[in-house]
Design a protein. Structure first.
Lengths: 324, 388
């Protein structure tokens, strides 16, 4: 049995996000090195701020400014930072309750090692060198030292309380771009691997369902109607019939095909359902349902480049009407 | 023990537009939910559970809307469920919510569906670069256009029918303040002159990309008795699915759609849908799907759907108005589009559809489908409670 194919599949897209009034004020504040929270229905201060109260569901708009120094409420050491994380060197993930806030903010703490981190330690914001209207506007947290402990001898004052803030800044940040990326290893499985191996020899091989006798091309290893495994390999085509089609008049991104062109459903002889392909070798406006076609292969391509007319008489509608 | 009758007592939509840059996704869903609660005369504590639906995750990259949106929807401390059936999701979400009431699991359920197409990319979400596979060569409409041609071949429908549907739905949208497209200068000639994108589908016969949300409050008999406005009553609801591709699949009239409609009519005691149903909100993303679904849903015999459209039967003043709201052709926040169909059907039988009201509508069908004609969801609502 041949080896089953595998290949990386990367799914990556930059999603845009409109922020709405509360997150807009919060992220614009970070750019201006001001940390804003919001007062919840029961009078507590949530940082980061919330748009809606988690207890009463009330709309929250009462913004307050909190301190840039705070207390670690819990933490976890990250020995091996991954790409895209706040620091490239080992660091602690920390929840920090900023002075004046009642909830904690998740961020990174730049510390020399796990022995240098403890719950209750005082930390302060290290702002990013380049101001940013995003959570990355905070580069990370850093130890604030014992002098910042309000209980310590020589400490200046108790932590300041939150102070009202109208959330207004010049040139507010109204949206962010959130890049998403997922890395998969994709395998098409046994049946499709055999199909792809046959394509390399310019043959099309499907699998027949032992129950309904239909031939699946490409095969999937099972019949979706009968729910049984398909193991009986059957070569189909190479010729087939155009069962239906459309004429594409708009150029798709990433496709180097001159418009107009015909995109068709093609039932290869012996196949139980149609596959999709482009029709060439005939003016686009002369393509019709029932047209008999054959694949045209190009070097270096796994799939047929397109299908062209064979010159045979058109197939009668009744022979393909179940294969549209 | 019989099922609890289910009443729709609150409906809320956002004004659907191309881009809502002024609100977060939370702010968008909140707007629709708040309007539905106001319509029902209720507040957040009156809701027992929340059921939410949205388009496939890759469309806008929100993988757990039930987690992110719990605060905005007042769901903290309550059951919250997420439903996931591609383009039909708005319909199946409403049905899951309705079943919770019918089964007496919860008395009052808030259900909501949304999409911010401006912050997502449906085409990308549907075209992942799967290794070894031949890329789709045609774009969104290229998936649908061959099925339209197959319908035309099968029925002998003249190629003028698609434009009639688009012209009707865009005019209906002018009477719906929540519709996205308000094309005040629309004429049939303009539709017919619009570019042929994926022949036989013209530009004006395709749906727009919209930002929007739709919410409904569903409740039991006692809840309906307290409601300040008339309820729409659920008379039948069903979902069906089938594979996207299989040997013998009929894309023009999928078996799952026929079975789903038959189940709904059986529950509602409907034997002649054409005569007994007063208004239909069906999921028509490309204009030709109106005649196709008229046949699939049993409003016309096979091959005859286009004749109803051509004769004006589906116009707002015809005897079977289809998409009085303007339909998906005028408003398409994908994840919400199915729920908008269900909500608009309910508005009709509540007599609350405003300028696009079908006079005296007593029974209306809401229809949703999605995922390559893979999922179907429908409900039939009436102005009177079901006879149990």
């Amino acid at each position: 049995m041949t080896e089953v194919l595998r290949a990386p599949l990367v799914v990556e897209f930059p999603f845009t996000r409109s922020l709405g009034p509360v997150q807009s004020a919060f992220l614009t504040g970070l750019r201006e090195r001001t940390v804003l929270g919001v007062r919840t229905s029961d009078g507590r201060v949530a940082v980061p701020p919330l748009e809606y109260d988690p207890v009463t569901a009330a709309e929250l708009r009462d913004l307050v400014e909190v301190g840039t120094t705070g207390t670690v409420t819990t933490w976890a050491w990250n020995e091996r930072p991954r790409p895209g994380q706040p620091l490239a060197t080992p660091f602690a993930w920390v929840l920090v309750r900023l002075d004046g806030a009642d909830t904690a903010l998740l961020h990174a703490l730049d510390a020399s090692g796990p022995d240098a981190v403890h719950t209750g330690m005082r930390v302060r914001i290290r702002w990013a060198a380049e101001p940013a209207g995003a959570i990355t506007g905070i580069a990370c947290f850093e130890p604030a030292g014992p002098a910042a402990d309000p209980g310590a001898p020589g400490a200046a004052t108790a932590p300041p309380a939150a102070t009202p803030h109208d959330g207004t800044f010049a040139d507010p940040v109204t949206g962010i771009v959130a890049a998403a990326r997922l890395d998969y290893t994709y395998s098409p499985g046994r049946a499709q691997t055999a199909y792809l191996d046959a394509l390399a020899e310019r043959r099309t091989v499907g699998e027949r369902c032992p129950r309904c006798r239909k031939v699946y091309v490409p095969p999937r290893g099972a019949c979706p109607t009968c729910g049984v495994a398909t193991t009986d390999r059957v070569e189909v085509g190479p010729r087939g019939t155009v069962t239906t089609f459309c004429i594409v008049n708009i150029k798709a991104k990433n496709l180097d095909i001159e418009v107009p062109y015909v995109y068709a459903h093609i039932a290869l002889d012996g196949a139980g359902l149609a596959l999709h392909g482009r029709i060439g070798g005939i003016p686009y406006d002369r393509v019709r349902m029932g047209l008999r076609v054959e694949p045209v292969w190009t070097d270096g391509s796994r799939h047929p480049d397109h299908y062209r007319p064979t010159g045979e008489p058109d197939a009668p509608y009744d022979t393909y009407k179940e294969l549209l | 023990m019989s099922k609890e009758p289910v009443a729709v007592v609150g409906i809320g939509q956002t004004k659907h537009v191309a881009a809502r840059h002024d609100v977060s996704i939370a702010g968008l869903v909140r707007e629709a939910a708040r309007r539905a609660l106001d319509d029902a005369g209720l507040d957040w504590p009156d809701v027992d559970a929340v059921v939410i639906g949205k388009a496939p995750d890759f469309f806008e990259g929100v993988m757990m809307p039930e987690l992110y949106l719990a605060d905005a929807l007042g769901a903290v401390g309550k059951p919250m469920l997420r439903v996931h059936t591609a383009g039909s999701v708005g319909g199946s979400t409403a049905l899951v919510a309705a079943n919770l009431v019918a089964a007496r699991v919860h008395r009052t359920v808030l259900t909501l569906a949304f999409e911010k197409q401006s912050e997502s990319n449906a085409m990308w979400g549907l075209s992942l670069p799967v290794p070894f596979q031949q890329p789709l060569l045609a774009g969104a409409g290229g998936f649908f256009a061959p099925h339209v041609r197959a319908y035309m071949r099968r029925t002998g429908a003249p190629d003028t029918v698609g434009s009639l549907v688009a012209y009707k739905d865009r005019r209906n949208a002018l009477k719906n303040p929540y519709a996205h497209l308000h094309e005040h200068g629309i004429t049939l000639a303009k539709v017919q002159a619009s570019p042929m994108l994926w022949d036989p589908i013209r530009y004006s016969e395709t749906c727009p990309s919209s930002d929007g949300a739709c919410a409904m409050v569903l409740t039991d008999r006692a809840g309906a008795a307290r409601a300040p406005r008339p309820a729409a009553w659920l008379h039948g609801g069903a979902m069906r699915s089938e594979p996207t591709l299989f040997a013998g699949k009929d894309f023009v009239s999928p078996q799952a759609g026929k079975d789903c409609a038959a189940d709904v009519y059986r529950q509602a005691g409907i034997t002649d849908p054409r005569r007994e149903i007063d208004a239909v909100e069906m999921y028509v993303p490309f204009s030709w799907y109106e005649p196709m679904w008229l046949e699939n849903l049993g409003f016309a015999a096979e091959g005859e759907g286009w004749k109803l459209t051509e004769a004006g039967v589906t116009e707002l003043d015809g005897d079977l108005p289809v998409n009085p709201s303007g339909g998906v052709l005028s408003t398409n926040p994908i994840g919400a589009s199915g729920m908008i169909r269900f909500a608009e059907a309910a508005l009709q039988v509540r007599g609350a559809a405003g300028e696009h009201q079908v006079p005296g509508a007593r029974r209306a069908l809401g229809h949703a489908y999605g995922g390559g004609a893979q999922f179907f969801a429908m409900w039939l609502v009436g102005s009177e409670p079901p006879q149990t």
